[in-house]
Design a protein around this ligand. Structure first.
Ligand code: SF4
Length: 425
């Protein structure tokens, strides 16, 4: 037998060993998770989308609440978007919740409300990529489709000592091919879940637990002593920092005990979610350092002008706290200022008129005139046009009880809860 033939035979043996012992281990050790108690494709789909962004322990209560509120594809398809976002609140990646609802409408209209047992149809659903499609098809319908995410690529990189960069597309394709070859006949659902389970419990990113690992005997990285340095993965670009000033406007008179929130635009970052009004801090004056505060007087002046431009009549009173919100491509540092309502806030339509007038002024200025020295803060380019356009959105005065009617990104949820905690309400 040639060296090549011996190598191929050894690889084949390692593959058979992997599939057999991993599956045996899974049948004995698998965790009892709510979405594993049924083979309901809808439940599997929801759980897989939620699991893409957070840990199992966090997902379980979200999953149970979601299924209780939207027990079927039709229920999700027919729900108001605000309710879906509210149910998703705290999980982040809200576009995934929107895509999920969009795809539920597709399933309702095209497939009578039943998640299709068909590769092309599942791939055609909005927000369903190769991993989610593979998970649905294999777990719900036992189709021999690979479901390869970062966890699975880590396990395969180590077991087969693959040193290709897992951040690169061709590596994923190679891994999908390998994972498909490993699926034992008639065991696609269990095998794919076993791979995910191994990555979550044993072959973890840091300090893999090789001793209790069911496949350690043939694991090439462990045998070579390099399991800790795999997988190879080039680092993603760090998110771009952005300083912003936020207004926590406390109401008075008929708005006493309430604070002002506004709705973001219908598209773009965090579309249609609710937040405290905020604007970019001018970089030159932010002192350069991340999270640096403007001198108090300058900050309050900037904020007053930004609010006025947005039709918010309030007096900034002082810095309250700083908060951070990280997206995949951007990280906001928010300096939050407490402000006091000065006069009744115009209705949303009036606010828009004020905003529209300000925009017209800006357009005039852009045609030649230099910006006035006291140019409104929103003239600074934040890179987040949607956030700044939110000045034209709806505004509401809310107390803690009202929070249940609006979906907030995490950072604003925490800020509002902190504020109402401080107030003892
Ligand atoms: S032996 Fe260690 S490195 Fe290899 S698959 Fe198991 S846990 Fe991962």
């Amino acid at each position: 037998m040639t060296t090549d033939e011996k190598h191929i035979e050894a690889q084949q043996e390692a593959k058979l060993f992997f599939s057999r012992f991993l599956l045996e281990w899974y049948h004995l050790q698998k965790r009892d998770l709510p979405w594993r108690r049924h083979r309901n494709p809808y439940y599997i789909w929801i759980s897989e989308i939620m699991l893409q962004q957070t840990r199992v322990d966090t997902v379980i209560p979200y999953f149970n609440r979601f299924i209780e509120q939207f027990p079927t594809v039709e229920a999700l398809a027919d729900a108001p978007e605000e309710e879906v976002l509210k149910c998703w609140e705290g999980l982040g990646y809200y576009s995934r919740a929107r895509n999920l609802q969009h795809a539920a409408k597709q399933v309702k209209e095209l497939y009578g409300g039943l998640v299709p047992d068909d590769r092309d149809a599942v791939f055609g659903l909005k927000g369903v990529g190769p991993y989610t499609a593979g998970a649905i098809l294999s777990i719900a319908f036992n189709r021999p489709e690979p479901a390869v995410d970062g966890n699975v690529m880590r396990v395969l990189s180590r077991y087969f000592l693959i040193e290709d960069d897992i951040a690169k597309g061709p590596t994923r394709v190679k891994m999908e091919k390998l994972a498909a070859e490993l699926i034992p006949e008639g065991e696609a659902g269990s095998f794919n879940q076993a791979l995910m389970e191994l990555g979550a419990l044993i072959c973890t990113p840091k300090s893999p637990r090789c001793l209790p690992c069911p496949v350690m005997e043939h694991c090439a990285a462990r045998l070579a002593g390099c399991e800790a340095s795999l997988p190879v993965k080039t680092k993603a670009k760090p998110p771009r920092p952005e300083e912003r000033m936020a207004a926590l406007v406390e109401g008075r008179g008929e708005h006493a005990g309430r604070v002002l929130i506004r709705q973001r635009p219908t598209s773009g970052l965090l579309a249609r979610m609710w937040e405290l009004p905020h604007w970019p801090a001018p970089p030159a004056e932010a002192g350069g350092a991340r999270g640096a505060l403007l001198p108090e007087a300058a900050a309050l002046d900037r904020l007053r002008r930004s609010m006025s431009q947005a039709g918010i009549h309030a007096r900034p009173e002082g810095h309250w706290m700083a908060a951070e919100h990280t997206f995949s491509h951007i990280v906001w540092t928010l300096q939050v200022y407490r402000c006091r309502e000065e006069a009744a806030l115009p209705l949303a339509a009036e606010s828009r008129a004020v905003y529209g007038a300000a925009q017209a002024e800006r357009a005039d200025g852009a045609l030649g005139a230099q910006p006035a020295e006291d140019a409104p803060l929103a003239l600074f380019d934040s890179g987040d046009a949607a956030a700044d356009a939110a000045d034209s959105g709806a505004q509401r005065w809310i107390n803690r009880e009202d929070m249940k009617n609006y979906a907030f990104p995490n950072v604003f949820l925490k800020l509002l809860n902190s504020y109402f905690d401080e107030q003892g309400t």
